[in-house]
Write a protein that binds this ligand. Sequence first.
Ligand code: MN
Length: 376
Amino acid sequence: MTVIWANSGDSHLLEPEGLFAERMPAELASRMPRSEKDPDGQWETIHIDGESFRRRLPSKPLRDEAEGLSADERAPGAFDPELRLKDLDSEGIWAELIYPSISIWNASLKDPELLKAGVQVLNDWIVEFQSHSPRFVCTAHVPLLRIEDAVAEVARAAEMGFKAVFMPVEPPPGMPGFNREDWEPLWQVLESTGLVIGVHIGTEAHDASTYNGQYHRGPGGAVMNYFETTFGGQRMAAQLITSGVLDRHPNLRVIVSEGGATWGPFLADRMDEGYAQHASAVRPKLSKRPSSYLYDQVYASFQHDRSAVAAHTAMGWNNVMWGSDYPHVEGTFGHTQATLRSLFDGVDETARRRILLGAFEELFPHVPAPPNEVAA
Ligand code: MN
């Protein structure tokens, strides 16, 4: 069988243990987020600047295609960029938009000086990681506790060669909402540098003194907690549209990663309905209908969702793309080709190429095409 090549709009790097200890003063390094896993591999303790909470680790996924890996059986290339390329080749994954892992918890830091220093260390290391291959499109961290720090770091990241930033689905507690004018300098620098806004679901800040890894409890709680994480990305996309950010900045591009894709056309309809039918209360007025910004400037990545392809083929959203979530345990490692075959069985070549390669290439035109594109 021939390989189906796919770009991934949702991948991750695993930050090396000891990164902060090597590159920051000890007093600061010890306060950055870190994980301490239990010997049995079932739970971890997340430490964030003197606070900590417990979190259950993902176990082997239950899937038809193939058994997945558990947290202690990472993909061979999880920590090594050269081995990672071998993993990608064997899975049929070409280029990747790469998010952080443990540093997603930076959203919970409260000290702007610590965050600023930690983000600089991270971005310096991440750009070294990115330099291993043009197939790696890494997201830069943005210190969001002071807007001037955020603007300065985006400008620095662009200079360093980043093509995208990672942003959580909402600002840190105490900061203005992303719909507020305060953030205008950030949108300006992102647009002028051409960096894509990568929004990964499940990245809300948590108060580490109270967060226990669960919103819902009791019967159904695990699935409820999972799909609860989906909505933050949709809210952020809707906020950037309805507050006029994407209207004022027509060259800004936003991707919502790991949150499925069928929500896009649904959200577009709901925003248009509110905008037209409740017009007397609507501000600001936009140059176009809200749905136009979603269809033009917002992208989404899905991994297994069975209705996602139809968001493109049946509902007309061109910006649907696939994502592997490599090397996370809940991703497609070990069964990527089987997953792609089942998702794209009977889908025409043009639509398949758009979802698997084209939408990603539109966001990141510097990425080379896969070596031997072949029909499925
Ligand atoms: Mn992911």
